[in-house]
Design a protein around this ligand. Structure first.
Ligand SMILES: Nc1ncnc2c1ncn2[C@@H]1O[C@H](COP(=O)(O)OP(=O)(O)OP(=O)(O)O)[C@@H](O)[C@H]1O
Length: 248
């Protein structure tokens, strides 16, 4: 029995195919994500992971298949894309000043209102004290926290994270993964994550889709039992890693 059975399906991708100029990139890709899950797409470099995200977020067309998205998407890139001349609170609240929100009677929010709306999240996201700092004053990890919060402010419903910690060193990466799980325990966002880091996929995900090199096909799906993800179960984790590596 699948524990997702009674949950809302937020992302439903069925048999999607995509070619660029006759070169097949995605072959029969089917992925689903239920409300509140963290699901990873794990695959080798250049296999088509970003293409999947660009299709989900309607940035590019696909050739055949079906996609249903139930909710509002936000998309976080590996690069932080914070504006250097704006402080962190203004960077984070930027989406609210750029997008007309139904909940605000279709108005753009003024800078002051937008700041007020986001400041309550600085604590949950471990950014208290950084509101008035500029991106150049932040470490790589802190910049990615701000980047993640800005993505969350854009939409906390369905979040697409494209290698969010890919540019960080391994120690910062490990602490950011822990941080992400802590934040996730306080918010109920649905997260689809791209990574080529097997440990990251295991640490963060409820489920992992392993995809092959180009043309990308789904090789297998793994359900991660979070209670195994600790040092007492190293053997189980090593076996899982071996199983995943054998597919890549
Ligand atoms: N607009 C495009 N036109 C032609 N080919 C493209 C285009 N965008 C991507 N590709 C090709 O499609 C393949 C998949 O690219 P994509 O960026 O989706 O892979 P990826 O798995 O996200 O890569 P990485 O892990 O390096 O970020 C690559 O071979 C890439 O060169």
């Amino acid at each position: 029995m699948n524990s997702c059975q009674n949950r809302k399906l937020k992302i439903d991708i069925k048999n999607v195919n995509k070619s660029y100029n006759e070169v097949e990139v995605l072959k029969n890709i089917s992925i689903n994500v239920y409300e509140g899950e963290i699901v990873s797409i794990l695959g080798p470099s250049g296999c088509g992971k970003s293409t999947i995200f660009n299709i989900i977020s309607n940035l590019i067309d696909y050739d055949s298949g079906k996609i249903n998205i139930d909710g509002k998407l936000s998309y976080m890139y590996q690069k932080d894309l914070l504006l250097p001349h704006k402080n962190i609170i203004d960077n984070v609240s930027l989406p609210l000043t750029l997008i007309k929100e139904k909940s605000h009677k279709n108005k753009f929010l003024k800078k002051k209102e937008a700041r007020k709306k986001v400041e309550k999240y600085f604590d949950i996201f471990g950014l208290t004290g950084y509101e008035n700092k500029y991106p150049s004053e932040l470490s790589g990890g802190m910049k990615q926290r701000a980047n993640f919060l800005r993505t969350f402010v854009n939409s906390n419903d369905i979040m697409l994270l494209d290698e969010p910690f890919g540019a960080l060193d391994s120690i910062t990466k490990a602490s950011m993964q822990k941080w992400l799980l802590e934040v996730k325990s306080k918010v109920n966002s649905t997260i689809l994550l791209i990574t080529h880091d097997i440990d990251e996929a295991i640490n963060l995900s409820d489920r992992i889709y392993v995809i092959s090199k180009k043309p990308a096909t789904i090789k297998d799906e793994f359900i991660i039992d979070k209670k195994y993800c600790n040092d007492d179960n190293l053997e189980k984790i090593i076996k899982l890693k071996k199983d995943i590596i054998s597919l890549l």
